[in-house]
Design a protein around this ligand. Structure first.
Ligand code: ARG
Length: 458
């Protein structure tokens, strides 16, 4: 126990399985650069308040840069008692600058504030990158919706043909959902980027450390104002996972739509080879694995979120080692999110559409509502119009013909207010263009959506 960082009161070493069980270095080494940046900021602040001399600080800074270099070049040598990234870095620093100086780095500091600092710094950068990818996804949908604005397709409720819409309207329905996630993400980043550094193990720092200066050096956007909260809090992890789960839920629904639309039965879209796979047995198959994985990985994202809630619920304040169990799920969650957003963008930007198949899937029955609306325009109450239109549908069904094959006489036989001009109801373009109130699927309403999304993208 002599050479453990905290070995002073211990007489025996760790049980080997316990050592491995306790160690977080295999994954928190990912934060080596953040840990070193935090240590340099901390040492600088401890120099400014007189704990470290100018030369000691200079030696520590230089030593830490060397440690960082070793990690970056993959030649950092991990030793038996390197429990986590904090102890590993400090152990190595002391080897480089000597224990006399190295032993002063941790003055007034705790690993509890260090891990919270490292995770926040790392997460901030990851989320900023993810924000950029999410912007790309929404942009891709917006670009397609502009280029393919003339294409009509069936709109569905209950997965039953409902009313004709523009393909662009479908694209933008999901782009809108994604843009809400973009707004949420921007809020999350603000709260992730607060500094716990200078809060100590739980009670605060006794050496008049300048927390604001450290926060500024590390690019934090403000401080956490209660030291107990600062080391106990994993809101920034929760919020990220709640956000990520919400995004995955949405992208999963989007993927499900495209899985259906890419089936041979629908044939509305075709995935690029780059995002599909074949079958080892059935030569004709082209499977939408990218989309199925988006759907599947959403479950994994939700799982990490639920797991973290279970881990933290019931913990006494403040730091408990259970909190270490928030690290791996977070790393995995972020990887899942970053990959998923890029895959979704790749799928969307490379798929091809079949406007003919979409058009062919439109059925005259999807215009039944137009008959009711037609009668409304002639002064008939909507309920009555709905009923009359229902009889039109029933008559077509009885005669075994599509609705647009009924004669004008047959229509007039149902209700005399169905005049000569009723045939105009059988025009899909017209049905779509009539939905021109804000939020609808007419060309002008779709363009308005595009305009609003572009504003969100900034
Ligand atoms: N590896 C630890 C974690 O991830 C760092 C904090 C350890 N603190 C402690 N008091 N043992 O949470």
């Amino acid at each position: 126990a002599e050479n453990m960082l905290w070995g002073g009161r211990f007489t025996q070493g760790l049980d080997p399985i316990m050592e491995q069980y306790n160690s977080s270095l295999p994954y928190d080494r990912l934060f080596y650069a953040q840990d070193i940046a935090g240590s340099i900021a901390f040492a600088r602040a401890n120099h400014n308040n007189g704990i470290l001399t100018k030369d000691e600080f200079a030696a520590i800074e230089k030593g830490l840069q060397q440690v960082k270099q070793e990690w970056a070049e993959n030649r950092f040598e991990i030793k038996a008692n390197d429990e986590d990234i904090h102890t590993a870095n400090e152990r190595r620093l002391s080897e480089i600058v000597g224990k006399e100086i190295g032993g002063k780095l941790h003055t007034g500091r705790s690993r509890n504030e260090q891990i919270a600092t490292d995770m926040r710094l790392w997460l901030r950068e990851e989320l900023r990158q993810i924000e950029g990818w999410l912007v790309q996804l929404v942009k891709t949908a917006v670009q397609r919706s502009e280029a393919e604005i003339d294409v009509l397709m069936p709109g569905y409720t209950h997965l039953q043909k409902a009313q004709p819409v523009r393909w662009s309207h479908w694209l933008l329905s999901h782009a809108t959902a994604f843009s809400f996630e973009l707004e949420r993400l921007r809020e999350v980043i603000k709260r992730v980027n607060k500094s716990p550094l200078g809060c100590g193990a739980l009670a605060g720092n006794p050496f008049k450390i300048d927390r604001a200066a450290m926060a500024k050096e590390l690019g934090f956007d403000g401080l956490l104002y209660n030291s107990m909260n600062a080391v106990a809090d994993r809101d920034f992890v929760f919020e990220t996972m709640q956000w990520g789960s919400s995004f995955m839920m949405k992208v999963s629904r989007w993927a499900e739509d495209l899985i259906i639309y890419s089936s041979l039965e629908f044939g509305f879209v075709r995935l690029a080879d780059a995002y599909s796979t074949g079958s080892s047995l059935m030569p004709q198959k082209k499977n939408a694995d990218s989309l199925e994985l988006l759907r599947g990985k959403s479950g994994r994202a939700f799982g990490h979120m639920a797991g973290l809630f279970a881990t933290i619920k019931g913990l006494p304040t403040t730091y408990n080692k259970d909190l270490q169990e928030s690290v791996e799920p977070l790393i995995d969650h972020i990887k899942t999110l970053g990959d998923s957003i890029q895959i979704a963008t790749g799928v969307l930007s490379t798929l091809t559409i079949s406007p003919e198949k979409m058009r062919a899937a439109l059925a005259p029955e999807m215009l039944a509502t137009e008959f009711a609306d037609y009668l409304v325009r002639k002064g008939v109450p909507f309920r009555e119009g709905h009923h009359i239109s229902g009889r039109v549908v029933a008559l077509a069904e009885d005669n075994g013909v599509p609705m647009d094959k009924l004669s004008l006489e047959q229509l007039k036989g149902i209700d005399s207010r169905l005049g000569d001009d009723v045939v105009e109801c059988l025009d899909y373009e017209r049905a779509v263009e009539l939905k021109d109130a804000t939020g609808g699927c007419s060309k002008s309403a779709v363009r308005e959506q595009i305009h609003i999304l572009k504003q969100t993208l900034g």
